[in-house]
Design a protein around this ligand. Structure first.
Ligand SMILES: C[S@@+](CC[C@H](N)C(=O)[O-])C[C@H]1O[C@@H](n2cnc3c(N)ncnc32)[C@H](O)[C@@H]1O
Length: 325
């Protein structure tokens, strides 16, 4: 299938005008932003990125972390295909099958998976509620097949059933109503379309010391918490490494130290591993919402939506659900 280039050729419609008003689902026209006449509202376009949420929203800590760490997790920067392999492992898709298809990526952060998706030749629509879209635009704006939008999963400015694939990794546990986030995304997937969504496994399945700290740390302003994490991670990481080396019990003992440890990922050097630890330790402690889910609840939601070919697998601290709408 040919790759469609979403940038307007002269005289053709801008992809921005294919978006719909998230309030009334009516058409938008370009007019110093995107204008909905019936709601009498104009949504701004910052750079190439249309914005449908206020700057000030619950995703503030994510905007902070992804603009601090715009490049940290990109495969093209680490030189290791960690994001590519995770996407393939979790989705069960071959990347070749995505070529020419339309993909909706919900909660794209700095764009580690956006990059992999764009490289397949799919037409990729990536949305995020936070200012992380700026980091993603700076890194992946070079792809002509990327459509980047700042919007919430709960109110997407997209046409119903217009996507062949849905990807949402590392996101829904961070939304205020996880069931609603999960179910809403499926509106945009066409019948027969394939999906891959992951979510933190319920605390009983994956207890961790960070869960005791979060009620305090999520209230600390992002820039202060980030400084604290930057100062403490270099001392905590060796302790976590030492506990992790204990035979058999190591993987449980490591959870007693509130530091993200990526010793299993094969990162190229210690400096890179430290940077990933700082990023992911902040990512554990800062988000306003974190609601891990039990497997049976995911199965029930899939049933409610009438999804087929559903599989739910455990990948470390995550459940990955995939299948067909
Ligand atoms: C942990 S990050 C994961 C980012 C990316 N998927 C990755 O794995 O690197 C979670 C992302 O979800 C976004 N997010 C949270 N709630 C959202 C919502 N309601 N709509 C869209 N994005 C949301 C956050 O802004 C954040 O960038």
């Amino acid at each position: 299938m040919a790759i469609s280039d979403p940038r307007p050729a002269p005289g053709t419609r801008d992809w921005h005008e294919e978006l719909v008003c998230p309030r009334c689902r009516g058409p938008l026209r370009t007019a110093a932003g995107l204008r909905c006449e019936s709601c009498d509202v104009t949504y701004p376009i910052d750079g190439q990125v249309p914005r449908f949420v206020p700057w000030d929203n619950y995703g503030e800590s994510f905007g902070y972390q992804w603009n601090q760490h715009r490049l940290t997790q990109l495969d093209s920067v680490t030189g290791v295909p960690i994001s590519r392999e995770r996407l393939v492992r979790q989705s069960g898709w071959s990347l070749a099958e995505l070529r020419g298809s339309s993909v909706l990526e919900c909660g794209s952060g700095a764009g580690r998976f956006t990059e992999v998706l764009c490289e397949t030749g799919a037409v990729v629509t990536s949305v995020d509620i936070s200012s992380a879209v700026q980091a993603n635009a700076a890194s992946n704006g070079r792809f002509p097949n990327l459509r980047l939008i700042q919007a919430s999963i709960y109110d997407l400015p997209l046409r119903a059933e217009s996507f062949d694939h849905l990807v949402c990794l590392g996101v829904i546990q961070h939304t205020p109503d996880v069931e609603r986030a999960f179910k809403t995304m499926f509106r945009y997937l066409r019948p027969g379309g394939r999906f891959c969504v992951d979510v933190y496994a319920a605390v009983v399945a994956y207890p961790h010391l960070r869960q005791l700290l979060r009620p305090v740390t999520k209230r600390i302003p992002p820039h202060r918490l980030y400084r604290l994490v930057q100062r403490t991670v270099p001392s905590l990481l060796p302790i976590s490494d030492a506990l992790g080396s204990v035979p058999v019990a190591g993987q449980w003992l490591m959870r007693l130290v509130p530091v993200a440890n990526h010793r299993h990922l094969g990162l190229p050097d210690d400096a890179t591993r430290l940077t990933w630890s700082i990023l992911d330790t902040f990512d554990w402690l800062a988000p306003r919402h974190e609601k891990p889910q039990p497997r049976r609840r995911l199965a029930r939601w899939a049933d409610d939506l009438g999804l087929s070919e559903v599989s739910i697998e455990r990948h470390r601290g995550l459940y990955v659900i995939r299948g067909v709408k």
